[in-house]
Design a protein around this ligand. Structure first.
Ligand code: PXP
Length: 241
């Protein structure tokens, strides 16, 4: 199972002082040196952490895969079509939220999402949709001929009781297998950390995990390369493959 490292919060630290450090490009370089399989950034509509400038630089230096998370906003779609990262992950976005709160409602926004997907595909960008792990959203993705989804692991990560964790985990496993059987590449992420990741790693048909906050938190104590290496090792050691 691959690891995509989301480096948004390296840019959040820079933003606290409206400064020039730490530099997300250097962070990307260290993550890749430590074994990250892709670099993930979210260009938010309010530009609260990652800026256009970061995106253009990252496009030039990332050697693994640059995965741009973004909303359906037309100005952001225009930036994506100009930068042309190899992959875009479409996510819902609300100005006031601290972080992405739920999956995209593909059922309720089918036409708009379809138009954005078509535009991105015309620029040879692979499109993934960030959705809740439920069958009806996967079915809607299939109707749009989406080839890749990222399942939202937030509800699993937030579960507090053992029984709730178990049921959220089986919801994830069912959704992953349903999408995988229908030919989709299945990724997952949100709220994953060094404690809750092993159970997700055991879900065989998930190909990539995208993890940000917990890695940057650990990096503040042990350094970014060490934090990425530890997560890679956890994923490797719990993987069934
Ligand atoms: N995947 C998606 C689609 C996200 O929006 C985020 C948060 O930016 C992540 C993964 C990473 O979540 P976290 O920072 O909680 O690890």
């Amino acid at each position: 199972m691959r690891l995509g490292v989301n480096i948004d919060h390296i840019a959040s630290i820079r933003q606290i002082r409206r400064a020039t450090a730490p530099e997300p490009v250097f962070a990307a370089f260290l993550c890749e040196a430590a074994g990250a399989d892709s670099i993930v950034v979210h260009l938010r509509e309010d530009r609260r952490h990652i800026k256009e400038r970061d995106l253009y630089l990252l496009k030039q230096v990332v050697e693994t895969k640059l995965n741009l998370e973004m909303s359906l906003a037309s100005d952001i779609v225009d930036v994506a079509c100009d930068v042309c990262p190899p992959q875009v992950t479409l996510v819902p976005e609300r100005r006031q939220e601290l972080t992405t709160e739920g999956g995209l409602d593909v059922v309720g926004n089918r036409k708009r999402i379809g138009r954005v997907i078509d535009k991105l595909k015309r620029h040879n960008i692979m499109v993934s949709l960030f959705i809740d792990p439920v069958k009806y959203q996967i079915d809607e993705c299939l109707k749009l001929r989406v080839k890749m989804v990222e399942l939202h692991t937030g509800r699993y990560a937030e579960a507090r009781t053992d029984s709730n964790k178990r049921s959220r985990l089986s919801e994830l496993a069912r959704a992953a297998s349903y999408a995988h059987q229908r030919g989709m590449v299945v990724n997952a992420g949100h709220g994953l950390d060094y404690y809750n990741v092993p159970a997700v790693v055991k879900i065989k048909c998930i190909e990539e995990l995208n993890i940000g906050y917990s890695i940057v938190c650990r990096a503040a104590l042990v350094g970014l390369e060490q934090a990425v290496r530890e997560m890679k090792e956890l994923i490797r050691s719990h993987s069934c493959l």
